[in-house]
Design a protein around this ligand. Structure first.
Ligand code: NAD
Length: 499
């Protein structure tokens, strides 16, 4: 079994804490590696080295930094299959889905190739007599990224790319459940020419995270994970005077109007509900059909599609629709929530429990589960299931369907399927959710926009990647400069408008 190391100053460094976490292949349950969990002292030492590297990195002009991103992008493409294989092994997702994970991260790298134009300041000549006024964007220094298990390449790339392109050094603390892909990314970035120390991968759990939050050199924290941890990290980082943007969990609804194309809506629900085993923060976990006929038409279409879904290990070929969930505990939790749905009176249409895949009896597989007649009081509705479970909450009117979403504590993603432009427009305007799809089930904005939810799905200011990320990872200096030719002498005693 492989013993993983931290990646510090461009080289692998063994952990010294003596504490490890197991990394398992979720398709087999086998332990494939053990990952060291850093102590606060190890974290602080990595930060000190990052701070030294950052001073030099900030002097590299933006165009040269952009060239490293061009090389990085090319190498990510070249290594796509290797990255996907590594990810599928530690995460369980299918190879095509894993390649998509790299691809959506790569798109953020591509935006960073334009960093010279993205961090330009502003300039007003002759703001007053002999006065020029300008602003410039400077890096923050050392920043940290704390990432979840579910997108082992994409989310670390979302974090590290804009931060590093803007001239910062990053401490990346990946999920201890999927740490290997991050190490591969760090190696590839080094090969692209990133100077040692600008990206440090420090593994760990709460102890390392708390050390990040309390370290005085770290200026900003970008977190992605579950809501309780996002809220905790936001509070502690902010108390310690850091910038923090912390993205949390979700419960994403899709409204299906009676005039929607039912075949397309059903396909969308299958992909967005069960794809990646439902382990996406943008997964649709609640279908809200308007009217009995709409609900019945959907169930009629969904059931045969669900029965055809192929669940299995990534090694079984590209026709596998989705793989296992991440851990035995996750499987147990999801199956427990399914049991609670049954107990609390929801109608179980397809049951994904007790799925047995020959040769993979120890894998953490959960079959596609569909509930009808779910109500907002049930656990299965209230909890973020983060598994292949789709709940249907029937509503009689568009207003009631919208009201359900407005009452939900989360606001990450949502969608509406309809042929009526007026209804779609009303929905887009009124819904309290950060990312909205119209006949589009997973509305993840492209890399030149920014990604972020509302309500309990995000804490802090500004979204991740896109224009917001360059604001988050830089601070603006405002300069008023005066040159004295033609200006009369004399002290200005009062605060007044500039002449
Ligand atoms: P998680 O909250 O368990 O872990 C995320 C990170 O926090 C990991 O690096 C982990 O080591 C660390 N962590 C865990 N417990 C901690 C603690 N007590 N104190 C400090 N740090 C701790 O999340 P996960 O299970 O890895 O990921 C799934 C969650 O992430 C889901 O809720 C999903 O919706 C969410 N997610 C959100 C987005 C988004 O952009 N909003 C994107 C992807 C995933």
């Amino acid at each position: 079994m492989e013993e993983l190391k931290h990646f510090i100053n461009g080289t692998y460094v063994a952990g010294t804490s003596g504490r490890f976490s197991e990394v398992r292949n979720p398709a087999t349950g086998e332990v494939i590696a053990k990952v060291p969990l850093a102590t606060p002292a190890e974290l602080d030492a990595a930060v000190e080295k990052a701070a030294a590297a950052q001073k030099e990195w900030a002097k590299v002009n933006p165009q040269r930094r952009a060239r490293i991103f061009m090389k990085f992008g090319a190498l990510l493409n070249e290594n796509m299959d290797r990255l996907a294989e590594c990810m599928s092994r530690e995460h369980g997702k299918t190879l095509p889905d894993a390649r998509g994970d790299v691809q959506r991260g790569l798109e953020v790298v591509e935006v960073c190739m334009g960093v010279p134009s993205l961090i330009k300041g502003e300039y007003t000549a002759d703001a007053g007599t002999g006065i020029d006024l300008y602003s410039m964007r400077q890096p923050l220094g050392v920043v940290a990224g704390i990432t979840p298990f579910n997108f082992p390449a994409m989310i670390p790339l979302w974090k590290m790319s804009p931060a590093i392109a803007s001239g910062n050094a990053m401490i990346l603390k990946p999920s201890e459940r999927t740490p290997m892909t991050s190490l591969m990314l760090a190696e590839i970035f080094k090969e692209a020419g990133l100077p040692d120390g600008v990206l440090q991968v420090v593994h760990g759990d709460k102890e390392a995270v708390d050390a990040i939050l309390d370290n005085e050199t770290i200026q900003a924290v970008g977190f992605v994970g579950s809501t309780p941890i996002a809220q905790y990290i936001y509070g502690r980082a902010a108390t310690n005077g850091k910038r923090a943007q912390c993205f949390g969990g979700a419960k994403n609804h899709m409204i299906i109007m009676p005039d929607a194309d039912m075949d397309k809506a059903a396909d969308a629900l299958i992909g967005a509900g069960f794809g990646a085993a439902g382990e996406r923060c943008m997964a649709i976990s609640v279908a809200v059909p308007v009217g009995k006929e709409t609900a019945d038409a959907l169930i009629e279409r969904l059931v045969p599609k669900i029965e055809k879904l192929k669940v299995g290990p990534y090694t079984a070929g590209d026709d596998v629709d989705y793989g296992p969930v991440i851990t035995a505990q996750a499987k147990e939790r999801i199956e427990g929530l399914i049991a609670s749905g049954v107990e609390q009176g929801a109608k179980l249409v397809t049951d994904g429990r007790d799925l047995n895949i020959q040769g993979y009896e120890n894998g953490y597989f959960v079959g596609p589960t569909l509930f009808d007649e779910v109500t907002p009081e049930m656990e299965i509705y209230k909890e973020e299931v983060f598994g292949p479970v789709l709940s249907m909450v029937r509503k009689d009117s568009y207003e009631d369907a919208l009201g359900l979403i407005l009452d939900n504590q989360y606001g990450n993603g949502t969608a509406i399927y309809t042929a009526d432009g007026d209804v779609a427009r009303d929905f887009v305007n009124k819904v309290e959710v950060g990312m909205v799809g119209v006949n589009f089930p997973i509305p993840v904005p492209l890399s030149y926009y920014s990604f972020g939810g509302w309500k309990k799905s995000a804490f802090g200011d500004l979204d991740q990647y896109g224009p917001d990320a360059f604001k988050f990872y830089t601070k603006t200096k405002k300069v008023s400069a005066r040159w004295f030719s033609g200006i009369k002498d004399g002290a200005a005693m009062n605060f007044k408008s500039i002449d």
